[in-house]
Write a protein that binds this ligand. Structure first.
Ligand SMILES: [Zn+2]
Length: 173
């Protein structure tokens, strides 16, 4: 009888693998989830910043979120940045408040595009007037471009593709 073919071992094995894969995915990240450090929301397989009112409204009808730690906050905890922006020069010394405000504004704009792109740490001294550590290579690069655009000066970009690190040196005399 042709109908018996449905119950061969091959069919059975294939189906088990498929189910296991699905359960694994569900366990990895259940939705919706909220980061207990920064309030970012994970739903529909993407992270959204906590201040996205529209997105939060959209999630209202769903079941209560699971508390978790988003990848950006996880990275802050382990302290492993992917980007570094070094600021030097006399201009920074005289205008550091304006420059720092620009960096904050630009990182907030970047977080609208990618909520996992964050400034991790601001370090003063330590060989440079200011070092800003970022969670992503792209954010360091973006901050460098923003500095050049707003204040001129010169920026040098170094990438280590092997370690996935970006280093940006900006200065204005
Ligand atoms: Zn977070």
């Amino acid at each position: 009888m042709p109908g018996k073919r449905k119950y061969t071992n091959a069919t059975f094995t294939k189906r088990v693998d498929h189910e296991a894969g699905r359960h694994h995915t569900l366990r990895a990240m259940s939705e919706p989830a909220v980061c207990k450090d920064c309030g970012a929301v994970y739903a529909k397989r993407r992270w959204t910043a906590a201040n996205s009112v529209l997105e939060n409204k959209r999630q209202k009808h769903l079941r209560p979120p699971q508390m978790t730690v988003c990848p950006a906050c996880q990275q802050k905890r382990t302290g492993e940045p992917r980007g570094f922006v070094y600021l030097d020069g006399a201009f920074f010394y005289a205008h550091h408040e304006e420059v720092e405000q620009l960096l904050r504004n630009e990182s907030e704009r970047a977080a609208e595009d990618n909520p996992l792109a964050r400034i991790m740490e601001w370090k003063r001294g330590d060989g440079h007037k200011l070092t800003v550590n970022t969670t992503t290579e792209h954010l360091a690069q973006r901050l460098g471009h923003a500095l050049e655009k707003a204040f001129g000066g010169s920026a040098h970009y170094d990438f280590s593709h092997e370690n996935k690190l970006a280093r940006v040196n900006w200065q204005r005399g």
